[in-house]
Design a binder for this molecule. Structure first.
Ligand code: GAR
Length: 198
């Protein structure tokens, strides 16, 4: 299976997925990174490890051009599966439709709560703490045409302590993300292989 990672930020999930691949825990090829931010941590990591990286952003392209560029890059690299790892933009509908059940996202809260437009990074953890809930966590889900809305694949809860701040909660959840995102990708690739050999 050929995987394309999409990321906009630090890229700590991208790194954990890549490390799992290097250790043989993820068998698929990590073929490509697509980013909307050419100087983000994920892009720098790709450069360091010579992973092909495409900078595709709305600063360079209008909506139509962006969709054409993304589609052609995915075709060129023969991408079978898309992993969103801290990608802060909505994918064009045509790509979501083409890759139905083959695009996954990770979200740093227990969806369907604390998701939707504008709910990313520290915003999520601030909203969680303000609500007074005692547990947060992470959700891995398929991507559909709405933000944080597709079918849930996996969730892991994380206990909130009285002294937690948005930053400490983010750190606790990120640690869990780094454990579980590679594991779930490894499970999904097995299913993918089974389907393609049947
Ligand atoms: C992660 O916590 C991920 O769950 C979150 O962005 C962070 C990216 O961190 N995603 C969202 O908020 C999606 N709505 P990273 O760049 O270090 O992997």
């Amino acid at each position: 299976m050929n995987i394309c990672i999409f990321a906009s930020g630090n890229g700590s999930n991208f790194k954990s997925i890549y490390r799992a691949h290097r250790k043989g825990k993820i068998k698929s090829n990590i073929k490509l990174l697509i980013t909307n931010n050419s100087s983000c941590g994920a892009a720098l990591f790709a450069k360091k490890y010579k992973i092909p990286c495409e900078h595709i952003s709305s600063e360079k392209y209008d909506d139509n051009e962006l969709e054409i560029k993304m589609t052609s890059v995915l075709i060129k690299h023969k991408i079978d599966f898309i992993v969103l790892a801290g990608y802060m933009k909505k994918l064009p509908d045509s790509i979501v439709n083409k890759y139905q059940d083959r695009i996954i996202n990770i979200h740093p809260a227990l969806l369907p709560s604390f998701g939707g437009k504008g709910m990313y990074g520290l915003n999520v953890h601030k909203a969680v703490l303000e609500s007074g809930v005692r547990y947060s966590g992470l959700t891995i889900h398929y991507v559909d045409n709405e933000y944080d809305n597709g079918r849930i694949i996996f969730q892991k809860s994380v206990k909130i302590d009285d002294e937690d701040t948005p930053e400490t909660l983010q750190e606790k959840i990120l640690k869990q993300e780094h454990i579980y995102y590679p594991k779930i990708i490894a499970e999904l690739e097995k299913n993918y292989e089974k389907k393609s050999t049947n």
